[in-house]
Ligand binder design. Structure first.
Ligand code: NAD
Ligand code: DAU
Length: 361
């Protein structure tokens, strides 16, 4: 982009799973600096960003997207050409136990961030104003749950969020849409399916199962394990976001998915079989013997599936990984990075596991 004094992007939530992968990927492919604003909740981990230590292209700031003074100061100081909003409370089960933080960050925080960005954007010179982008990272869960024969979610599906988490994300999407419609802010929204890959916090299904398998603990399957998710390797999500930022049309939403619908039990069996091959149990038994069926999640959505054809057709994006290649890479990464897993298992993590699973995980 021409005309900018400085090329810089502001990323929020860049110490979390997807934001952390995005920042690492971005700086592996570009010299454009990243200002990374993250509150460092239980889900934020500076260890993920350790490869960037001493790298002048990465500026980390601990702060809340809902803190207007903090965001105003960052925008004024760094003059970014784009803001990419990953910051959120992201775990459905936690939203069921305590929705308050989800409203605080996902709804009020997004509102405050939008207001700060609007003030900054409105004062930009015309060319910079036209080139500016606010990219909001959202989820397929805003569309609700599909029946087995339903077509995958398209961008035109109505919003039917079912959990406190998805309702808070739906609210944030509506705010982003309104800031475009009313104020003209050049926004882009992406609605993505379930991600997996390196640096995934072990409260979510895939990293939890890898962690518990290796620790000799139960692998908890909610209900009958036949709920379906559409899995996307996190590196493919990062490439989609880069592409939407580069070429997406302001005001548009883009669904991002991997065409990888799998039932949870199938995912867990695949992880067990891969671990059996890569790191067999000392007793020669399969990790699948650790599978344990537990009480279902309240209001559990049965099936998600994403139709990503708009993104493919209009912007030429394609996922590089299949589920088989991505899950193998992921398991190999966890086997090679057990120190990272240990670094996130603080007292807070153990408290969560005790609250959610009792003695079973
Ligand atoms: P995550 O929970 O791993 O990370 C969230 C990050 O945001 C953490 O680093 C946390 O410290 C930070 N954060 C939380 N509240 C904040 C606040 N008020 N101010 C600043 N930082 C704050 O989440 P994730 O899985 O990386 O998800 C990132 C985004 O992508 C979220 O918006 C989520 O809704 C969306 N998303 C996630 C998935 C998925 O499968 N994980 C799929 C689709 C969309
Ligand atoms: O679809 C995108 C969403 O995917 C994101 O917006 C969310 O931020 C992300 O957390 C994820 O939500 P899910 O609820 O689908 O992910 P989770 O890993 O928590 O669960 C995946 C499936 O596995 C779901 O059907 C619940 C089930 N599950 C999960 C856990 C943690 C189990 O059976 N046992 C478990 O212990």
């Amino acid at each position: 982009m021409k005309g900018w004094k400085r090329m810089t992007i502001l990323v929020t939530g860049g110490a979390g799973f997807i934001g952390g992968n995005f920042v690492l990927d971005w700086l592996a492919q570009s010299d454009e600096p990243v200002v990374n604003l993250d509150k460092l909740t239980y889900a934020g981990n500076l260890q993920t960003l350790a490869p960037l230590e001493g790298d002048a292209r990465h500026v980390f700031v601990r702060g809340d997207i809902g803190d207007r003074a903090c965001v105003d100061a960052l925008l004024a100081k760094h003059q970014p050409r784009a803001v990419i909003n990953f910051a959120a409370e992201s775990h459905v089960d936690r939203s069921i136990h305590g929705p308050g933080e989800f409203i605080h960050t996902n709804v009020v925080g997004t509102f405050q961030l939008l207001e700060a960005v609007r003030g900054y954007w409105q004062a930009l010179p015309q060319a910079d104003k036209a080139a500016f982008r606010f990219l909001h990272v959202s989820t397929d869960e805003v569309y609700g749950s599909l029946a087995p024969q339903d077509a995958p979610f398209a961008e035109t599906n109505r919003y039917e969020p079912n959990s406190p988490y998805s309702a808070s994300k739906a609210a944030s999407d509506h705010l982003v849409r309104a800031w475009h419609h009313t104020y003209g802010l050049p926004v882009l929204t992406t609605n993505c399916s379930n991600n997996y890959g390196p640096y995934h916090f072990p409260e979510k299904l895939i990293p939890l199962v890898i962690r518990n398998a290796l620790a000799g603990q139960p692998l908890p399957i909610y209900g009958d394990g036949q709920q379906v998710r559409d899995w996307l390797y996190v590196g493919d999500h990062c490439s989609a976001i880069r592409r939407v930022l580069e070429a997406g049309r302001p005001g548009e939403t883009y669904n991002v998915g991997g065409w990888n619908e799998k039932a949870n039990l199938e995912v867990v069996n695949t992880i067990c079989a891969t671990l059996d091959a890569l790191k067999p149990r000392a007793d020669g038994q399969s990790y699948a013997n650790q599978i344990t069926f537990v009480t279902d999640r309240p209001g559990h959505d049965r099936r998600y599936a994403i139709d990503a054809s708009k993104l493919m057709r209009e912007l030429g994006w394609r996922p590089a990984e299949t589920f088989d290649s991505g899950i193998r890479k992921t398991i190999e990464w966890y086997l090679a990075n057990q120190d990272w897993v240990q670094s996130v298992e603080s007292g807070q993590y153990r408290e969560w596991v005790a609250k959610q699973y009792g003695e079973t995980a």
